[in-house]
Design a protein around this ligand. Structure first.
Ligand SMILES: [Zn+2]
Length: 113
């Protein structure tokens, strides 16, 4: 096994950081083996890339909803804008769904190695 840093993000997700040390078994070859162990955990103040992307899309989604609410108060005048906005939200929803799936896949992948 070989030793790596672990980077732990504000959202609770983590990923492997810098390589630190070979184990005795792999020392001579200069390769890193498949078995990774944590040397030290480094806390990162931000969320991970995926969660940040999800957050951005959630904020965008909330903003669209706000707009729709405002338009609805104006009556039928903004029908087309509301429809366009609903399309945007549908698009965001499927992107958010994809990102969450990717996040789950990654969490599962990491926990089995
Ligand atoms: Zn995350």
């Amino acid at each position: 096994m070989c030793f790596f840093d672990q980077r732990r993000f504000a959202c609770g997700d983590w990923k492997w950081g810098h390589f630190r040390q070979h184990c005795a078994k792999e020392y001579r070859t200069g390769e890193t083996c498949g078995m990774r162990l944590i040397m030290q955990t480094v806390s990162v103040a931000q969320k991970c890339k995926l969660c940040e992307k999800i957050d951005t899309k959630m904020r965008r989604r909330a903003a669209e909803l706000e707009r729709i609410k405002r338009w609805q108060q104006e009556g039928a005048k903004f029908r087309a804008s509301i429809d366009r906005s609903l399309d945007v939200i549908r698009g965001l929803d499927s992107e958010i769904y994809e990102l969450s799936c990717e996040r789950n896949r990654r969490l599962q992948g990491l926990s089995t190695t």
